[in-house]
Write a protein that binds this ligand. Structure first.
Ligand code: GDP
Length: 304
């Protein structure tokens, strides 16, 4: 039910508009489809993904000849879930990490302010609660505040943080973190990195250096490069996804601040457009306000 509460604004807005759009209509016709298109775009699903969804529904209308508006909810659920099929299986339920990699190394990327530190803290807390030993690394050495904030989270959660002074080499921090994690026989390492986008070449070089140096300790690290995006920023989030995926290989997404926005549809659009699984969603500032993303629960929460 945290998910329902976290997505309240999106849900109310989406469902409210949809209800209005089909009021007094028994059949899905062009007008209903036009309205639906507008609703999806205004929920920040994105134009390309919206068009795909509408086309899928048009196909259903054509096949069934008559499609009642009463069935529209179910059909939307089916079609949106199907669209997310390639990136998210729908079986995701718990906070867990793949077996066979120890330590499992997650490198977290994203621009400042999106909720990167908070997401790392929440994730560390959930993984610890699930029984994993976690080590954090403060490789965002560009801002003193980033290191301090991460320390606050590490203390709150009760996990070790490896850090150096502000301005030190991020790759060196990453190296120390992995070395320490290996020595402690830790299960998971979560490494924070700086997210300056102003210079793509710098970003690319910095991230590849961090990766390269990590591999001196754990040869196939990082196992996951997780991009954190602020879900309330709509098209900016799309833009950041574009830039980061161009700079490095992003393997998962965390979308934050969905509690503060009516535009939660951004999750559907980004996951479809970039074909990267959404792993977690942030639905509040508290330590427990991180959810494992499950497409069925997510889509269902729109219609409940
Ligand atoms: P960073 O600069 O990317 O590390 O961002 P922070 O983790 O410091 O977060 C920036 C602000 O966003 C803080 O005030 C967080 O409490 C807030 N924040 C992070 N995630 C969420 C979320 O899921 N929901 C809400 N409402 N706020 C969040």
């Amino acid at each position: 039910e945290t998910l329902d509460k976290g997505l309240e604004k999106t849900k109310t807005s989406f469902f409210g508009k949809l209800t209005k759009a089909i009021a007094g209509k028994s059949k899905v016709d062009d007008e209903v489809l036009d309205n639906l298109e507008e609703i999806l775009i205004s929920s920040d699903v994105g134009v390309n993904t919206t068009i795909k969804i509408i086309e899928r529904i048009e196909k259903r209308v054509a096949a069934d000849k008559y499609l009642g508006t009463a069935e529209l909810n179910q059909i939307l659920r089916d079609e949106i879930s199907a669209l997310l099929a390639e990136t998210n299986s729908g079986n995701e339920t718990d906070f867990s990490i793949p077996t066979g990699k120890k330590p499992y190394v997650i490198m977290v990327v994203g621009v400042n302010g999106v909720g990167k530190t908070t997401t790392i803290g929440k994730l560390a807390s959930q993984l610890k609660a699930a029984g994993y030993s976690v080590v954090l690394g403060a490789a965002d050495t560009f801002r003193a505040a980033a290191i301090d904030q991460l320390q606050i989270w590490a203390d709150r959660v009760g996990v070790p943080l490896v850090k150096q002074n502000m301005g030190s080499d991020p790759a060196s921090v990453a190296f120390d973190t992995l070395t320490s994690a290996v020595a402690q026989n830790a299960d998971v390492v979560i490494i924070d990195t700086a997210g300056r986008l102003h210079n793509k070449v710098n970003l690319m070089n910095e991230l590849s250096k961090v990766k390269r140096v990590m591999q001196k300790v754990v040869s196939d690290a990082p196992h996951d490069v997780m991009l954190v995006l602020d879900g309330s920023t709509g098209q900016n989030a799309f833009e950041q996804a574009k830039q980061f995926t161009a700079a490095t290989e992003v393997t998962s997404l965390a979308v934050t601040k969905l509690d503060g926005t009516a535009k939660g549809g951004v999750v559907i659009g980004i996951s479809d457009q970039f074909q990267i699984p959404v792993r977690y969603i942030g639905v509040g500032e508290g330590i427990n306000d991180l959810q494992v993303f499950n497409k069925f629960e997510f889509v269902d929460s729109f219609f409940k």
